[in-house]
Design a protein around this ligand. Structure first.
Ligand SMILES: NC(=O)c1ccc[n+]([C@@H]2O[C@H](COP(=O)([O-])OP(=O)(O)OC[C@H]3O[C@@H](n4cnc5c(N)ncnc54)[C@H](OP(=O)(O)O)[C@@H]3O)[C@@H](O)[C@H]2O)c1
Length: 200
């Protein structure tokens, strides 16, 4: 399984720290060319590999960590996203519902990535928190995962566990997933809730 993060700002780097901590290879890409990202990537860890957008979208599981308005540009990088999983870590606070055709933001994003399985996740914490070790004495930091594709959550949950998080599946985007969506000027009630699951 190949992993990538598109967007290497605050959230992209927080995610990269999680991969580096577990020595899992991940390609990171942004607006800037790989050589511009490389020093920052290497400083995070040797498994964080700076790449181009084309290299990043060759991965199987791709985290989207760009400003919401940029996602169509990433989607345009491939004509068909079949077989790939997009993890939407973006938030849309302040985006009016009519700009999303009334959909949960991740359902709107899913339409742009034709053929992909899309999972909303890793969006509910501020970047500084997400960047810290999710493994604490006696427990693991929770990440919430939701999707309209029932089969899509399992591989992202497995990766989340490998990264040290405790995944909690919330179901469909408009159902349990609504609790981690920003809608207009309202944050879903689970956003900013830094929760830990106790080890059994
Ligand atoms: N910051 C938070 O605490 C937080 C928490 C939860 C969710 N989020 C969500 O996470 C997303 C990213 O937020 P952020 O705070 O990490 O933003 P950020 O620090 O501004 O970083 C955005 C990154 O996206 C890259 N980018 C922008 N347009 C791109 C494009 N067309 N192609 C490739 N890369 C592009 C930028 O590239 P360059 O580096 O080359 O400029 C930058 O690396 C947003 O949707 C936000 O709502 C943020």
């Amino acid at each position: 399984m190949r992993y990538a993060i598109v967007g290497f700002g605050k959230i992209g780097q927080a995610l990269a720290h999680a991969f580096a901590r577990k020595n899992i290879a991940v390609t990171v890409a942004s607006h800037r060319p790989p050589e511009a990202l490389a020093p920052q990537a290497q400083a995070i860890g040797p498994t964080v590999l700076a790449g181009s957008l084309a290299e990043a979208v060759a991965a199987d599981i791709i985290f989207l960590a760009v400003p919401f308005g940029e996602h169509p540009k990433i989607a345009a990088a491939l004509p068909d996203w079949s077989g790939k999983t997009i993890v939407d870590a973006m938030n849309t606070y302040g985006v009016p519902p009519e700009a999303l055709d009334g959909l949960p933001s991740s359902a709107f994003v899913a339409r742009a990535f034709a053929g992909a399985a899309l999972v909303k996740g890793f969006n509910h914490l501020i970047a500084a928190t997400l960047a810290t070790d999710p493994v604490v004495p006696g427990g693991h930091r929770v990440v919430f995962l939701s999707s309209d594709d029932a089969d899509a959550i399992a591989p992202v949950a497995a990766l989340s566990k490998q990264l040290g998080f405790a995944p909690v599946a919330l179901g469909k985007l408009a159902e349990g997933g609504a609790t981690v969506h920003a809608r207009d000027r309202t944050w879903g009630p689970l956003i900013f809730q830094d929760m830990f699951k106790k080890d059994q």
